[in-house]
Design a protein around this ligand. Structure first.
Ligand SMILES: [Zn+2]
Length: 319
């Protein structure tokens, strides 16, 4: 499968959105769009998104008239872009006090809500959440400590100190995520804090002055004690919890023995194992194994490998 097609299987990237980067500096136009009847607003509060409480929940997009009062008191307003229905802004609401917009839904963690929402909506919520998060954590200049102000339609913040004027741009943390295989088996690990019986691909943040490839070799060695012989790029997924970009790879192992450190730091692996396709099929069918959510690149890495065998499609097992 081609890389772009493969990354399209992953949630959290709004493909039908024109990001309208060429409109971000046009302040007169932005002011008009903020008042236009067709404009919709995605509210974010305390890093959470507003979801209806219907049996099948939906994302709440505020119509222009309902959003005006919020815009004037918002912590941040970001131009997300345009789709077929009009312009879309994210509004980061002040974190203090009771939840706003009572009666329209509940502010939920997107990680909880994602599997229930339609994919295109979910992707817009992820974008809104990522921008509101970034604004909230960059209200002050990292260079001199003065307040910053939002510019470029919310896609940059500039220090208000006349002698500094440092410009801050949205940041993401790149992380590698990898399915390592050895012959007909794949390497999956689990962390102690995960749901019982949950196993997933290995992942870790890329460090400064480190290539993706070097990070992959280091993470697999640190987490499982396994050496990597070769690797291949798979696809990527924005992961807004809070601001990662997952860079997916497949890799072939050069060694088999798994070593989990005895004095591992919290958050490191609690267990790692080589699984055959049959063990995965059995585990899922009997409920003794859980895999990551189907919207994640980790599931797609496992699925791509599993489906190359002769046990049928992974996503149909246990359904
Ligand atoms: Zn400054």
């Amino acid at each position: 499968m081609e890389h772009y097609t493969r990354s399209s299987l992953n949630y959290f990237t709004p493909r039908a959105l024109d990001r309208a980067a060429d409109k971000r500096e046009d302040t007169a136009r932005l002011a008009e769009e903020l008042q236009a009847p067709s404009t919709r607003f995605i509210p974010v509060w305390q890093d959470r998104n507003l979801i209806t409480e219907d049996e099948i929940p939906k994302a709440v997009f505020l119509p222009c008239a309902d959003a005006q009062a919020l815009v004037s008191t918002a912590e941040s307003v970001t131009l997300l872009g345009r789709d077929g229905a009009g312009t879309i802004f994210a509004i980061g609401l002040p974190a203090e006090g009771d939840a706003p917009l009572d009666g329209m839904g509940r502010f939920r963690n997107l990680r909880w809500a994602a599997a229930l929402l339609e994919e295109a909506e979910c992707a817009l919520l992820a974008y809104a959440k990522a921008m509101a998060y970034w604004h909230h954590h960059h209200r002050f200049c990292a260079t001199c400590g003065s307040p910053t102000e939002s510019v470029s339609g919310g896609h940059a913040r500039v220090c208000t100190d006349a002698g500094c004027r440092w410009t801050h741009f949205p940041q993401m943390s790149p992380a590698i995520i990898v399915l390592v295989t050895l012959g007909e088996r794949c390497l999956l690990g689990r962390k102690a804090e995960w749901l019982e019986n949950m196993y997933s691909t290995l992942a870790g943040f890329v460090e400064p002055a480190e290539s993706l490839e070097a990070a992959l070799i280091r993470e697999v060695r640190e987490e499982a004690g396994v050496e990597v012989a070769s690797m291949r790029y798979f696809a990527s997924q924005p992961w807004p919890f809070p601001n990662s970009l997952m860079l997916g790879f497949t890799a072939k192992a050069a060694s088999e023995a798994i070593r989990i450190g005895e004095d591992e730091a919290p958050g490191e692996l609690d267990d790692a194992r080589w699984f055959t396709r049959e063990e995965i099929r059995e585990g899922l069918a009997q409920g003794t194994l859980r895999l990551p959510l189907k919207l994640s690149i980790s599931f797609h890495l496992i699925e791509d490998w599993f489906d190359a065998g002769d046990l049928g499609p992974l996503r149909e097992i246990g359904e």
